[in-house]
Write a protein of this length. Structure first.
Length: 674
């Protein structure tokens, strides 16, 4: 096992149960965040950001520049402060837009740089949205908790730990221009029983460096990986968004739950003013090569079969391949419905689904362009390297926004799914002149975010699904506009998908994956599968996508119905709750893996436990978290149907005994406060 995973295991074993009200941010934490903002941004000459301008460090320049600030109350929980520095010589304006939260110990900011002069600016480079020196006390060394991104592996979202002892340096970056391609852009930095959580909002190539300075210091820098450019007159660019959340009390898992609550309260998109509910969706992608062999008739047939088997779908999902193409679904760039297979458009399927009480999900991949398609032949000037649609090109942006808006309206699309199956970084950098390095990336990133914002403005009830070969674009700016309904392309395999839920739940409260209701299933496939609770619950998630072959009538649909009912009744209501890992993270087939989702406000929750195929132990004792010690809880074992009562302090101190005689097996235990 990797050393970082061993450290995670040791930390989890040492967890001490805390009362339910501990998940709320404390007054001391919020006061720390407030005081930090006043200290860090209270000196105009030394804010926690940096850059070089014409070879000179910003720390030497800002003190001499004109400074102003303004404050605005955004709502009852957020205050925005705008700090502006202006170079009277060249006209460069640096603007930091800072948002402080009153209900959480959280602060965020974005830096904008604008040329207000009449000539090009000197070179701006090494722009760091965050450049901060931290100093720890006498006790407790620096420890960085972070995670694997989504490179389509069994260890996607695996939690990692890196000790940052004297002289240590840890540099973490995106890969290929997709922000969570290799690593997550979320971090928990701890020292002496307190710490700060850091998130980056930048659907591009970011870099973060954690470097020790002196005996007790650490320098933290975050920014776009490569910046070296001049700004033309009137031109403005921005940096990545940086968010910091402060925590105290020595319990890093509690800190992660405060983070989850902030994500839910202030970040998750709310189409129609509501959080996305847990949803059961289905498609025929496994059977028809995505949508290559799909048509109106077989889409209607699949919908009918789900309803005939009394499987209550929320969405019908139409994935890649519904458009005009010559060589298969990867042949993208002509965004018109293939009328040979869908003579009445996708609208006929959407209307059919809507009449049955279902909504629709439809797949797009507008940024990637292949040879011979409409975009490649009609507007090659919009396409970088013949492959990447340049969202920084105003005409390309306008065409795409209007065209997709039209398709959403005309085809009756409820959820817009945007995939991205390429690394854009080489195309961005190849398009930059020597004195404009980083500009194409900035223009594409800001164009992408503006595109999503405009679609949401035109369609207030629209849900956007972010996909990039799975979960390779899950930065904070993206997750404010979209949810990852397909969190990784590593699908269905039970141990891997268990581990994905374990790791992603620390940071991203809402995500989705697929299920074939079986212990083993190919990515593409047809025919009967053996319905299995272990396979199903290993893949359970807030958005659950079914890949069953509904042409097969011999499948045990009674068991399928029961599993979906259990998911909807016992798991789905708790995904927005607090998350507690109950065992160490492991991919080993010889261990148990377990976690808990707890709703302290409702007094309910659910435990999922997995005895893997080679585990020699029939039972595991799991110490629960977040319960009221003196309160009695009724526990229901979904496998046996048996119920019993136990006091909270017993479940937290002695633990919940879960017994699974078979292997592999899944245990689901729901509990309710009496």
């Amino acid at each position: 096992m990797d050393l970082s995973l061993l450290l995670v295991a040791a930390a989890l074993v040492a967890v001490v149960a805390l009362p339910a009200d501990a998940v709320a941010p404390t007054a001391a934490e919020k006061d720390w965040a407030r005081r930090w903002v006043e200290t860090a941004f209270g000196r105009p000459e030394a804010p926690p950001l940096s850059f070089l301008y014409d070879g000179q460090p910003s720390g030497e320049l800002l003190a001499r520049w004109q400074f102003s600030q303004a404050e605005e109350r955004l709502d009852r929980n957020r205050t925005q402060r705008t700090l502006t520095w202006r170079d009277p010589g060249t006209g460069l304006e640096v603007r930091c837009v800072l948002v402080s939260y009153q209900d959480f110990p959280t602060v965020e900011w974005t830096v904008y740089l604008k040329n207000t002069g009449a000539a090009d600016t000197p070179i701006l480079e090494q722009i760091q949205a965050l450049d901060l020196h931290l100093e720890r006390g006498e006790a407790g060394e620096f420890l960085l908790r972070h995670g694997v991104g989504s490179p389509c592996r069994r260890d996607d979202y695996a939690p990692l730990q890196t000790p940052l002892g004297p002289e240590a340096t840890k540099r973490i970056t995106a890969a290929g221009g997709r922000p969570t391609n290799s690593d997550l852009c979320y971090f928990n930095l701890e020292w002496g029983g307190e710490g700060v959580l850091l998130a980056i909002g930048w659907p591009g190539q970011w870099a973060a460096t954690f470097a020790r300075e002196g005996e007790r210091g650490l320098r933290l820098r975050v920014g776009q990986e490569l910046t070296h450019f001049r700004l033309h007159p009137g031109e403005e660019v921005r940096t990545p968004l940086v968010a910091l959340q402060f925590w105290q009390g020595g319990d890093w898992i509690r800190a992660q739950n405060v983070w989850r609550r902030w994500m839910i309260a202030h970040n998750l998109p709310r189409p129609g003013g509501k959080l996305p509910p847990p949803q059961f969706v289905a498609s025929s992608s496994r059977q028809y090569g995505e949508m290559i062999h799909a048509n109106e008739e077989n889409q209607r047939m699949f919908i009918d079969r789900y309803l005939e088997e009394k499987l209550p779908l929320d969405y019908w999902w139409m994935d890649a391949g519904w458009y005009v193409n010559e060589t298969g679904w990867p042949n993208v760039g002509t965004w018109e419905v293939d009328r040979k297979r869908f003579p009445r458009g996708l609208r006929a399927v959407s209307d059919y689904a809507h009449a049955k009480g279902l909504k629709t999900v439809v797949w797009f991949e507008p940024e990637r362009v292949t040879a011979g398609t409409w975009l490649a032949t009609e507007h090659p000037e919009w396409v970088l390297g013949g492959t990447l649609l340049n969202l920084g090109h105003p005409e390309a942006w306008q065409w795409l926004t209007n065209h997709v808006d039209h398709l959403i309206t005309e085809e009756g699309i409820d959820t817009y799914r945007q995939d991205f199956n390429m690394d854009p970084l080489p195309f961005w950098r190849a398009n930059d002149a020597e004195d404009r390095q980083g500009i194409t990336e900035i223009r594409h990133v800001t164009g992408l975010l503006a595109y999503w914002d405009e679609l949401r403005r035109r369609h207030p009830n629209l849900l956007i699904d972010t996909c990039a070969s799975g979960g390779r674009r899950n930065d904070l700016e993206t997750l404010r506009r979209a949810v990852p309904l397909w969190r990784t392309d590593y699908a269905y395999e039970p141990v891997g998908t268990q581990c994905h839920t374990y790791g992603i739940s620390f940071w991203i409260p809402y995500s989705g994956t697929g299920t074939c209701f079986a212990r083993s299933a190919a990515y593409y496939g047809e025919g009967k599968l053996d319905v299995d609770a272990y396979g199903f619950f290993s893949n359970a998630a807030p958005s659950l996508g079914s890949g069953l072959d509904m042409r097969v009538r011999e499948t045990d649909y009674r068991k399928v119905r029961r599993l979906v009912e259990q998911w909807r009744e016992y798991l789905a209501p708790h995904y927005y709750g607090d998350y507690y890992p109950l065992t160490p993270y492991s991919q080993d087939e010889s261990v148990w893996l377990a976690w808990q989702f707890d709703g302290p406000e409702q007094g309910t929750g659910v435990v999922q436990a997995f005895r893997r195929a080679e585990s020699p132990y029939e039972s595991a004792r799991l110490r629960l978290r977040g319960l009221s010690p003196r309160t009695e809880y009724t526990l229901t074992d979904l496998t046996t149907g048996k119920t019993r009562t136990e006091r909270g302090h017993v479940l937290m101190e002695q633990g919940l005994l879960v017994t699974l005689p078979e292997r592999p097996a899944a245990g689901v235990i729901a509990y309710r406060r009496q």
